[in-house]
Design a protein around this ligand. Structure first.
Ligand code: SF4
Length: 427
């Protein structure tokens, strides 16, 4: 979401006559887009802004940390030029104008627009750039909704991003058509809880069906999903829309019903597993990935073992494991953070090792099969290879045939499987 919003701000500033430079050393103005989902991310953003101010740059901070800190951000960064909340980024060009239209000696500082639950604008702005020869030319994020009405006990997102707000469907469809006309082949529909999308009676599965019809788009992805959205209508849309990738990132967070209830997740382990089973009934190779929190307040060894067992049953293709850290202002921050750091680390390592083994097992089933791969470019790990992703979002690396281009769709026979990557040869 932050990548997408940075891009929208870039587009708005370019439209206002500003220019993009190669690096921050050459810039007069730098905007730091901040995240507050973890304390470390927030510290990093504020530290970066402090360094930019010290280097004499006109500096602004946008995003979630601004909303969480409010006026406190100016206590941390007294000489900051501006701070803009996540729903107010479209105001940045006019704020910048205010700052640069006066001599440097009298430039205003501490301009604030924290915003609240207002309807955001500028969500559809995309910069028109010269082709870069990278995957950014053929893949694009498209925001379909922002905010979240789930109140998961550990999560700061509803406080900083506000209530759910969905963009009108025709605006989203027009944006995807425009991107397709510029050569985009893959879109990723974004929202904090994207399956809750609604425009009147037009729901997320209807949106998938409309995007499916757009010529030029060959792949549709979306994130992030809450298990409550895994309805029969979603399964039917998957079944009927071949452009919708066979991958779902479905955060589970815990395998213990007691912990899930405390987290306010509104599903049981069994309900979660039945959502996964529905996806795999469509296609046994349907890729399911997840997020897990270890060390939530009160998480016992038994709770943890339930998480382990659920992960084994769900046969996740990949999993991101997070050690619980309390965020001020959330419900769970009032509970004692009573799982010792060392124990969180131990649980983290166990789940990572399990997933490593499971990832190899899952991927080994694909050896000998042919996967359709959308080419992303030269592999970052091996200069001899290029890589791309299959529909299940698995990274596939291969030796490039002559004349290959970013955005090509290739058929690749898998010859080798690792936990995080498949190796193959173009057929
Ligand atoms: S659904 Fe996701 S974004 Fe919404 S409150 Fe829960 S964890 Fe946070």
């Amino acid at each position: 979401m932050n990548v997408r919003e940075s891009e929208a701000v870039e587009a708005l500033l370019l439209a206002a006559g500003h220019e993009r430079v190669a690096g921050e050393e050459d810039a007069e103005l730098v905007i730091v887009n901040s995240c507050t989902v973890r304390q470390k991310a927030e510290e990093k953003a504020l530290g970066k802004a402090g360094n930019l101010l010290a280097a004499g740059k006109i500096t602004g901070v946008m995003g979630c940390a601004v909303k969480r800190l409010g006026a406190d951000i100016f206590r941390r960064l007294g000489s900051l030029h501006f701070a803009v909340g996540p729903r107010r980024f479209s105001e940045i060009p006019s704020i910048v104008e205010k700052i640069i239209s006066v001599p440097a000696s009298v430039r205003p500082r501490r301009i604030a627009d924290f915003g609240d639950n207002e309807v955001p604008s500028g969500l559809g702005a995309h910069p028109v750039r010269k082709p870069t020869g990278t995957f950014a030319d053929v893949q694009s994020f498209v925001t379909v909704m922002i905010g979240c009405d789930n109140r998961c006990s550990y999560c700061i997102v509803p406080d900083v991003r506000g209530h759910e707000w969905c963009r009108p469907a025709e605006e989203i469809i027009a944006e995807v058509k425009c991107l397709a006309s510029r050569g985009v082949k893959e879109v990723c529909l974004l929202g904090q809880s994207v399956l809750s999308y609604k425009d009147g009676s037009f729901a997320f599965p209807d949106l998938l069906r409309e995007v499916q019809k757009i010529d030029g788009i060959s792949r549709i992805r979306f994130t992030s999903a809450h298990p409550s959205g895994c309805t029969d209508a979603l399964i039917a849309a998957y079944r009927d829309c071949d452009k919708v990738c066979r991958h779902l990132h479905l955060p589970v967070q815990s395998g213990s019903d007691r912990v899930l209830a405390q987290m306010g997740r509104r599903y049981t382990a069994e309900e979660y597993l039945s959502a996964v089973a529905k996806m795999r009934a469509l296609d046994p190779e349907f890729s399911v990935t997840t997020d897990v929190i270890v060390g939530y307040p009160g998480e016992s060894e038994e709770d943890f073992e339930m998480t382990r067992a659920l992960m084994e049953k769900a046969l996740f293709d990949n999993a991101f494991i997070f050690k619980y850290s309390p965020r001020p202002g959330t419900k769970s921050a009032q509970l004692p953070d009573d799982v010792p750091t060392g124990e969180k680390e131990r649980r983290n390592q166990i789940l990572l090792a399990d997933q490593e083994r499971r990832g190899v097992e899952r991927n080994s089933r694909l050896v000998g099969t042919v996967r359709s791969v959308l080419v992303e470019g030269p592999s970052k790990r091996n200069a001899q290879r290029w890589s791309g992703r299959d529909s299940g979002n698995r990274i596939v690396a291969f030796e490039p045939p002559a004349g290959i281009s970013v955005g090509d769709m290739l058929e690749v026979r898998i010859t080798e499987a690792h936990a995080q990557v498949l190796i193959g040869e173009v057929v």
